[in-house]
Design a protein around this ligand. Structure first.
Ligand code: SAH
Length: 209
């Protein structure tokens, strides 16, 4: 297996959103966080020969990170067609040979039938539900995860552990790992007052029954 540093270097070419949409909470996943998550998942045997689904794929960062290892196939699901255009372009930049299906769909009402025999790993950095009118956006994504995944890795805002653990318990899942991650984001929305913006996040691995 290649190193995490090598993966991070390969992901450094992934371009960000052209004009990020506040309502969709379009925050790009930094390459170091994507590499960390994918490398960890690969070490745990959750990538190789599996179907990896990235819900709210945005720039394609997590889908492409997985594609650079040895999954059977990768599916990137995104509501916004402008973001999918960026993701497609990023797939060319990264230059992976893995088959990636880019699906324009609402991840909370997923029109995908993956088959009972398919081993599915979900990687996602969904909207956190931090914007008005979008509360619990991550809950709706987790509902889809509980329907399709054998195992999932998801990024949430700080302080989500109790909620995520309770959700997993109620839906046949078991929280096996939790770690913190700090996003260092460039100023992208008008309401960000400084040029750089730090976001504390938490990542959870859940095994689903
Ligand atoms: N992981 C991505 C994007 C994270 S931001 C990256 O690193 O670039 C969350 C993404 O979820 C955004 O791209 C947003 O457009 C998308 N999104 C928001 N609501 C969605 C929904 N209901 N269905 C699918 N995608 C959605």
């Amino acid at each position: 297996m290649a190193t995490k540093a090598a993966l991070e270097a390969q992901l450094a070419v992934v371009a960000g959103f052209e004009s990020p949409k506040v309502a969709l909470e379009q925050y790009p996943t930094p390459p170091e966080l994507a590499a960390h998550l994918v490398h960890l998942a690969d070490l745990r045997g959750d990538i190789e020969d599996r179907t990896v689904v990235d819900l709210g794929t945005g720039t394609g960062m997590l889908a492409l990170g997985a594609a650079l290892r040895s999954p059977e196939t990768v599916v990137g699901v995104e509501l916004d067609s402008d973001a999918l255009t960026v993701a497609l372009d990023n797939a060319h930049r990264v230059g992976t040979h893995t088959s990636i299906h880019w699906v324009r769909a609402d991840a909370t009402r997923l029109p995908l039938c993956l088959g009972d025999d398919t081993e599915v790993t979900v990687l996602m950095n969904p909207p956190f539900g931090a914007q008005q009118g979008n509360e619990h956006a991550d809950r709706a994504f987790l509902e889809t995860v509980s329907d399709i995944a054998d195992v999932s890795y998801s990024v949430h805002n700080e302080g989500s552990k109790e909620f995520v653990e309770a959700f997993a318990d109620d839906n046949g899942g078991e929280l096996t790992d939790a770690f913190r991650a700090t996003f260092d984001l460039e100023h992208q929305f008008e309401f960000h007052e400084s040029a750089r913006h730090q976001l504390d996040a938490e990542v959870f691995r859940i095994e689903w029954a």
